[in-house]
Design a protein around this ligand. Structure first.
Ligand code: NAD
Length: 481
């Protein structure tokens, strides 16, 4: 079993005062590796390395073309090592291997990095002109400085790419802390980054739990913190960052509604709802969670979704044809079960699932679950469950659908289903979500911004907007003549 070190200043580093912590495979419950629970002293060393690397200009003063080339080479390295990375990701998260290697995680992650390599060279928004008589103004978009980045466990490698890609493209240096239970592929990424030519100190990885993250957020030399995580953690980080007035960039929880009008093709909708509520075992911030169906079609939609959810093949990540792996941990499974038990307690009806699949007592598996007869104000509608759980409710008309859709603290993603494009556009305009899909749910492209409204946070991952989030504008004013 491998014991991983920290990645500081371009090399593997021992801890100063940290302890070792086991890493589990959630599909079997077996320990697969050990990593360091980094101390505040380790975080300080990593930040100092990033600080030196930023101020001596080894990365920040490269031309965009030079930075782009290195990021492009890193994308090539990821692609060349895709099979090894995908295997490691599946073992560490329980995700179906076929999905990791062919779907969201690897091919999309590589494309994301290629996009950021190109975006490093984008000159859009840089301007110069005479705005005061006798002066020329120049806007410089400069990198913010040392960035502290904190990622979650649901897409460990892809989230690391979404963080380091735009930050490095902008010329920042980085200290990244992966989620405590899923650090392996992020550590592998660090070594590949060095091979690709990322200079020492530009990318540093400190593994550990919340206290390690807290030390990173508190560090006075960190200029900006970017988190993908829960809304509670986002609030805590924002409070801590206030002491040193750091810029914060928060990609937080979600509770996506799917608003289905009665002219929708039920079969197609049910297939998408099934896929997007069970993909990654529902542990996705944009996963389908709340279906609102117009009264006339309620029974048809309900039957089709129940049938779809019952057909999902749950199993071990390396088994052929498996569509859904386990939840990430015993704790997460207890959490999901708790939501369902409480929902039954207040009168909700579980139409399918809600239990551990029979015979699957190894690993943290859970059946795809459909719940109905739920009040709009109930916990199962209002809180993020982060499991393969879909609620189905009904609405009368457009304004009720919009009201129900918006009536949660979150605002990350939503979808509208109808053949009437005018109606779809009106509803999309009223929905307070960072992404609204029409007649689909979940697709993304590297060019499209991903980020929340309301308590889903602010700032964007992906797209050119993400790169700009890691830049600060400096105005240089020149007296003419
Ligand atoms: P989490 O908030 O528990 O942890 C996220 C990360 O924050 C971990 O690395 C954790 O160690 C760290 N952390 C916790 N407390 C901290 C503190 N006080 N200071 C610094 N770091 C701290 O979230 P999770 O359970 O790992 O991930 C699931 C959550 O992530 C869900 O809410 C999900 O919606 C959200 N998520 C959001 C997006 C998005 O793009 N908006 C994407 C994926 C996941």
């Amino acid at each position: 079993m491998k014991t991983w070190k920290l990645w500081i200043d371009g090399a593997w580093a021992d801890s100063q005062g940290g302890s070792l912590t086991p890493i589990e495979n959630p599909a079997t419950g077996e320990v697969i590796a050990q990593v360091i629970d980094a101390s505040a002293a380790d975080v300080d060393r990593a930040v100092r390395a990033a600080h030196t690397a930023f101020y001596d200009g080894r990365w920040s003063r490269l031309t965009p073309s030079e930075r782009s080339l290195v990021l492009w080479r890193l994308a090539e390295k990821l692609e060349a090592n895709a099979e090894t990375l995908a295997r490691a990701e599946s073992e560490n998260t329980g995700k179906p291997y076929a999905f990791v290697s062919l779907g969201a995680d690897m091919p999309f992650g590589v494309d994301n990095l290629r996009f950021f390599a190109s975006a490093a060279r984008d000159t859009h928004g840089y301007s110069a002109g005479e705005y005061a008589k006798g002066f020329t103004s120049i806007y410089r978009r400069e990198p913010v400085g040392v960035v502290g980045q904190v990622t979650p466990w649901n897409y460990p490698l892809m989230m690391a790419i979404w963080k380091i890609g735009p930050a490095l493209a902008a010329g920042c240096t980085v200290v990244l802390k992966p989620a405590p239970g899923t650090p392996i592929t992020t550590l592998m990424l660090a070594e590949l980054a060095a091979e690709a030519g990322i200079p020492p100190g530009v990318l540093n990885i400190v593994t550990g739990g919340n206290a390690t993250g807290q030390a990173l957020v508190e560090h006075p030399d960190v200029r900006m913190v970017s988190l993908t995580g829960s809304t509670g953690t986002g609030k805590q980080i924002m409070r801590t960052a206030a002491d040193t007035l750091k810029r914060v960039h928060l990609e937080l929880g979600g509770k996506a509604p799917l608003i289905v009008f009665d002219d929708t093709d039920v079969e197609n909708f049910a297939a998408v709802a099934t896929l997007t509520s069970t993909f990654n075992t529902g542990q996705d911030c944009t996963a389908a969670t709340r279906v609102y169906v117009q009264q006339g079609k309620a029974n048809d939609v309900l039957e089709a979704i129940v049938e779809g959810m019952r057909s999902v093949k749950v199993g071990q990540p390396f088994e052929d044809g498996v569509q859904m792996g386990p939840l990430i941990s015993a704790r997460q499974r207890e959490r999901v079960q708790g939501f369902i038990d409480r929902a039954k307690g207040y009168g909700a009806k579980v139409l399918t699932g809600g239990v551990v699949p029979t015979g699957m007592d190894r690993g943290y598996f859970f059946e795809p679950t459909v719940i109905t007869d739920v009040d709009q104000r109930s916990e199962i509608i209002q809180s993020e469950v982060f499991g393969p759980v879909l609620t189905i409710s009904t609405f009368k008309d457009d304004s009720e659908a919009i009201r129900y859709g918006n009536d949660v603290l979150y605002g990350l993603a939503a979808s509208v289903w109808t053949r009437d494009i005018g109606r779809a556009m009106n509803v999309a305009r009223e929905l307070e979500f960072g992404t609204v899909w029409i007649n689909d749910h979940i697709p993304l492209a590297s060019e499209t911004p991903h980020g929340g409204f309301k308590q889903s946070g602010f700032g964007k991952d992906l797209s050119a907007e993400a790169v700009n989030d890691y830049r600060i504008t400096k105005h240089v004013m020149v007296k003419n003549g």
